[in-house]
Design a protein around this ligand. Sequence first.
Ligand code: SF4
Length: 87
Amino acid sequence: MDESKDHLEQRCPRLGGPVSFRYCRTSGDDVSACWKIFDCWWESFDVAGYLKKHLPEDKFNMLVNAKPKPKTVSLVELIEQAKKRAS
Ligand code: SF4
């Protein structure tokens, strides 16, 4: 994986604070990218091109077709993932 974009930061609409691109590309299910990654990053750089280049085709297609989850479920998941990272 190309890590050259990992340091980029922006405000996460789900968490309400700044997150790095590295977080966004690893915070989804199975340490894949967050389902909102296209929405959140398209203005900063060619995130679709980046992910297409660096993800296996099936993962990229899953991300393109990802649907939002109910907010409470995804928040619980985000918290659990944050706890796992901290431990
Ligand atoms: S891609 Fe996901 S984790 Fe990253 S800023 Fe957007 S909502 Fe937050």
